[in-house]
Design a protein around this ligand. Structure first.
Ligand code: NAD
Ligand code: WQD
Length: 338
């Protein structure tokens, strides 16, 4: 039996493939490499000493999905494939909806035809919009999304919930990630953003490595302890292990299951800059600028449900997030294009 990982060459996907291979699972990856490199999977094989079956292709392409489902005995699908740049989604909404929503529908239609009934879906804390309570629990209101990327995640969640109601043989797990950061401790795989990073930690590490002159901190007048935005940063290896736990718990466990994957701890932008500087002994110049449109003041999870039901909790602290980010960045200043 094998697990199909869509988007498995990407940042979170590649780290999850490592953890699944380490747990002796057989892995098939489908990725169109639109935001990743095949080298990540070669590095995964180096880390684990195991092999990955790779298909370069698109989740919108039924032919390749049918080929995979007919040639491999797939028991579960972990569905990472998607576009994730918030700003780009505002400029290209149809592209995002087509890729993320139509892509997910196509995948699930082909799963149903092939009688593959287990799905884990990469969702995001972004579905909570500006959260009604902090820390955020899974039953908080969803849907107040402020950009097409976030809306695509919210809509796929709804589509999957309706689909589970109509096809009760399905087991669907929705994992709402908070802010994934860090890299595998080997320094062989990590986050490799295209162009100038949108997210905080890749930006900090590119300033540290000298690729960018300074960090712009978006707002210092939020209602938070130091005025900068507060988020729940989670080490990508903890996140990856969350997928393994979700599969173990909900394999053939019919129904629709939703979990937050976060640490439950909020750090501000300044906390992050100071921690990076201290752990890695490198100065990160920064300046304060206007708030970024669409940002909220504070977002962190209540991870209790995942702890109680999946037996999952995060093991990596802020120091390890900073160390592993820098280890990846300094050894791969140009990402996978060395
Ligand atoms: P990523 O871009 O590194 O990985 C996504 C992968 O999917 C890439 O390898 C890309 O080439 C592939 N892909 C995209 N569209 C595809 C398609 N149509 N067919 C086949 N492959 C396709 O991003 P990531 O950070 O690893 O994110 C993985 C998932 O987690 C995404 O769905 C993302 O929206 C979600 N997520 C990410 C974050 C985050 O901050 N990184 C937070 C919450 C949720
Ligand atoms: C974190 C904090 C910024 C960059 C995004 C998506 C979300 C999810 C995770 C996929 C905020 C501040 C950032 C910079 C800064 N992705 N910041 N200067 O916005 O919490 O979440 O990624 O699902 O959907 O919206 O993450 O890393 O962009 O920002 O001051 O150059 O850092 O204002 O307070 P965010 P982020």
């Amino acid at each position: 039996m094998a697990i199909l990982i869509t988007g498995g060459a990407g940042y979170i996907g590649s780290h999850t493939v490592v953890e699944l291979l380490n747990a002796n699972k057989e892995i098939v990856v489908l990725d169109n490499l639109s935001n990743s490199s095949k080298i990540s999977l070669e590095r995964v094989e180096k880390i684990t000493g195991k092999t990955v079956t790779f298909y370069e292709g698109d989740i919108l392409d039924r032919t390749i999905l049918q080929k995979i489902f007919s040639q491999h005995n797939i028991e579960s699908v972990i569905h990472f494939a998607g576009l994730k740049a918030v700003g780009e989604s505002v400029r290209k909404p149809l592209h995002y909806y087509q890729n993320n929503i139509t892509g997910s529908i196509t995948l699930v239609e082909e799963m149903l035809k092939a009688n593959v009934n287990n799905l884990v879906f990469s969702s995001s804390a972004t579905v909570y919009g500006d959260p009604e309570i902090i820390p955020i629990t899974e039953d908080c209101k969803v849907g107040g999304t402020t950009n097409p990327y976030g809306t695509s995640k919210f809509m796929v969640e709804r589509i999957l919930e309706d689909t589970v109601n109509a096809y009760p043989q399905l087991s669907v797990v929705i994992l709402r990630y908070f802010n994934p950061v860090g890299a595998h401790k080997s320094g062989l795989i990590g986050e490799d953003p295209n162009g100038i990073p949108n997210n905080l930690l890749p930006y900090i590490s590119q300033v540290a490595v000298g690729k960018l002159p300074e960090l712009s901190i978006f707002g210092n007048d939020y209602n938070t302890p130091d005025g900068t935005g507060v988020r729940d940063y989670i080490h990508v290896v903890d996140l990856a292990i969350g997928h393994l736990k979700a599969l173990e718990k909900h394999q053939d466990d019919r129904g629709y299951h939703v979990y937050n994957l976060g640490t439950g701890i909020g750090y501000s932008v300044l906390d992050m800059v100071k921690a990076f500087e201290k752990v890695n002994n490198i100065k990160v110049p920064y300046k304060f600028v206007e708030r970024r449109a669409g940002d909220i003041a504070t977002c962190y999870s209540d991870p209790q449900k995942a702890f109680e039901k999946l037996g999952w909790k995060t093991e990596h602290n802020l120091e390890q997030m900073m160390q592993d980010t820098w280890n990846w960045q300094k050894n791969n200043p140009n990402g996978y294009q060395n």
